[in-house]
Structures are given as structure tokens and as C-alpha cells.
Design a protein around this ligand. Structure first.
Ligand code: DAH
Length: 345
């Protein structure tokens, strides 16, 4: 055997084995079987030796080259596996580290309360509508059986707007009830609709009053609607919102646009009627006004009061949310302190 070949065959396996990285192995490969290696030189020299010697030397070169190629491939597999393992180790995520939690936003309590209210009524087949916050005196009052000389209109909590025709008495709606009239003018009976919205009154801020607050108006008009329908519907709503054990009570009241009219209380979820700090003592929480639609309202919007009857209600959303969550001052809903708001996910 050619001495260069036997030297190589003797020394190369150890060099291959000693290669500690893929780069080193590449270099060893170059040196042993690459283009400038003894193997390559011997292959080139085949052309210059006597033809009868060629097969023997040729076979020897091939044997050594095959053996080294095989050894290099195996070493490469080992080094690649090691590199892969090192990469995995370096990339490892330490799951025992405490996570850095991103602050997660949430809906405002008023928004989620309205969504929940609307959900309860759409579940009963009601539609949802909304209307303008800047209203005319006609929709906010006249259409609702509250003519200009009516005491309820003279009470000074309406915020008027200096805009448009003064005869229209532009104002910030004091209630969502004007949407009763707007909706009936645009739809034939039967009507089953709820109207969430913001209302405005010239009132000082105190724990339960704010100059801006939210209502959900409800209106049901059909043939043969009775006070029983009103009570059943609103009692269902109360149980859905406050829990199945919730009791309701109706106290006679006055609203110009309903006759008879009532306010509805729910039994306090915290003391179930015996009296506590949440309900402020009486064991009942007032949450809405309601009544049977006054025939004068039907006449104002062009409905025939002899053909249909109906009931209406106005829910105070802020009060409802405060009652359910034991919030004692309405300003907490308006100050946008995320420490307060974040509690109601
Ligand atoms: N609009 C009344 C208010 O703001 C609430 C109300 C009472 C609405 C009785 C109604 C109703 O639809 O029937 O005080």
C-alpha cells in the first residue's frame, strides 16, 4: 500500500474522533478526503502509473476513502445532535419564573350592566333601539302627556340647549322615555322594545345622584296587554338580574305618561329584606319606574287607544349596578379609577 494511504488510514480516524465541532470536522474532512487531500492526490496520480497497477491502488484508495467518509458521517451526526441539544438548552423557557401579566382591559360596569339588561329582554323577544341625547321639548314632555304647564315640566332639573328653533325647546333628554314616542311613530304595533341610553339632569352630585346617568327604557304595546303582563315581565327581569330568589314589590307612584304608575323595588340581595347597609335599611332597593301606557301617549303618536294597551318602564342602570355590587357612591362609576373598575370583570 502506498505509504501516504497507510499513514492516512492510521492517523485519520483519531483526528476525526478528536474534532469537537462541526467546523473542526469540516477542516479534518478537507485534509483527509477533500480536494487537496492525499486521497485526491493519489486519485490524480492513477493516470501516471502503469495501467496494470491501477486496479490495486484504485481499490485501496476507494477502501480508505469509503472508510473515512463513513467515519466522518458518523462523527457529524454526533456533533449535530450535540449542537441541537445545546440550542434547545440555551432556548429553554424557565416555566418556574413568575409570569409578567399584561393588564387586561374590561368593559365599564355600566356597559356590561346594559349588555346584561338588554340580553334579558332580547331573550323575551324585545328589540333594541337608541335615540338622540339632544331632544325636543315635544318628545321629552308633550308626547309623554306632560304639557308646558305641567308641574313635572316646570321642575327646574332640565338642561336646555341654545340650539336650533327656540320653539323646539332643545334640551338634553331628562329620560329615555321620549324614545317611546319616537319608536311608536316609526313602528306599527305590536311593539316590544328596550332603549338603553344616557340622560341628563341639572342635579348636584350626591351618593345616589349624578347630573349624567343611564336608563334602559322598555315599552310593550299589543292587543290585550295587562298590568299582569307588566308585573310578570319585570319580576322575571329582577330574578334574572339579581338571582332566582329575588322578590319584587310595586308601590303606587305617579308618572304623567302611565296610568296606573308604580315604582318597583327588589328584595335586597344582601339581607333578603331584613335591612342592612347595602340597601340602606329597608331591605328593599328601588330600581325602576313603570306603569300602563296612558291613552294620551297613544293618541300623541297616532295609535288607537281602543285597539291596543301597553306597559312601559324605565330602569336606572347606575342604581341597579350599584345595588348589585354594593357601591355606595355613584361617583365611583364616573371617576375612571381602574382600581375600582377593574373589580367588575
Ligand atoms: N322616565 C321615568 C324617569 O326618568 C322613568 C319611567 C317611569 C319610565 C315609568 C317609564 C315608566 O317608561 O313607565 O323617572
Amino acid at each position: 500500500m502506498d505509504s501516504r494511504l497507510s499513514d492516512l488510514s492510521a492517523s485519520a480516524p483519531a483526528a476525526i474522533d478528536a474534532a469537537d465541532s462541526l467546523e473542526e470536522l469540516d477542516a479534518v474532512e478537507q485534509r483527509t478526503i477533500g480536494r487537496t487531500s492525499p486521497v485526491a492526490e493519489l486519485r490524480r496520480s492513477l493516470a501516471e502509473i502503469p495501467p496494470e497497477d491501477r486496479p490495486v491502488l484504485g481499490r485501496q484508495i476507494k477502501e480508505v476513502a469509503d472508510e473515512l467518509t463513513d467515519l466522518i458521517a458518523r462523527r457529524r451526526a454526533v456533533l449535530e445532535a450535540r449542537a441541537e441539544a445545546a440550542l434547545l438548552e440555551a432556548d429553554r423557557v424557565d416555566l418556574t419564573l413568575p409570569a409578567v401579566a399584561e393588564p387586561v382591559g374590561t368593559h365599564h360596569l355600566i356597559t356590561s350592566s346594559i349588555a346584561e339588561l338588554v340580553d334579558i329582554f332580547t331573550g323575551l323577544g324585545y328589540r333594541v333601539a337608541d335615540g338622540p341625547e339632544v331632544e325636543t321639548g315635544w318628545y321629552n314632555f308633550d308626547a309623554l302627556n306632560t304639557p308646558p304647564d305641567h308641574p313635572a315640566r316646570a321642575e327646574s332639573d332640565t338642561l336646555y340647549v341654545d340650539y336650533g328653533d327656540p320653539a323646539d325647546e332643545m334640551l338634553l333628554r331628562t329620560q329615555t322615555s321620549p324614545m317611546q314616542a319616537r319608536y311608536m311613530q316609526q313602528h306599527e304595533p305590536p311593539v316590544y322594545v328596550v332603549v338603553p341610553g344616557r340622560v341628563f339632569r341639572n342635579e348636584a352630585l350626591d351618593p345616589t345622584h349624578s347630573p349624567v346617568f343611564y336608563q334602559v327604557e322598555g315599552l310593550a304595546v299589543d292587543e290585550g296587554i295587562t298590568l299582569g303582563d307588566l308585573k310578570g315581565t319585570l319580576a322575571h327581569f329582577a330574578r334574572e338580574f339579581f338571582g332566582p330568589g329575588t322578590r319584587t314589590r310595586f308601590r303606587p307612584h305617579f308618572f304623567p305618561f302611565t296610568e296606573p304608575s308604580a315604582e318597583m323595588d327588589v328584595s335586597c340581595y344582601a339581607c333578603d329584606g331584613s335591612g342592612c347597609r347595602v340597601c340602606g335599611g329597608p331591605g328593599w332597593i328601588e330600581i325602576l319606574g313603570c306603569g300602563m301606557v296612558d291613552p294620551a301617549v297613544f293618541e300623541a303618536v297616532g295609535y288607537d287607544p281602543d285597539a291596543v294597551t301597553g306597559f312601559a318602564f324605565g330602569i336606572g342602570v347606575d342604581r341597579l349596578a350599584m345595588a348589585r355590587h354594593g357601591i355606595r357612591h355613584i361617583r365611583h362609576l364616573w371617576e375612571n379609577d381602574v382600581r375600582v373598575l377593574g373589580q367588575f370583570r
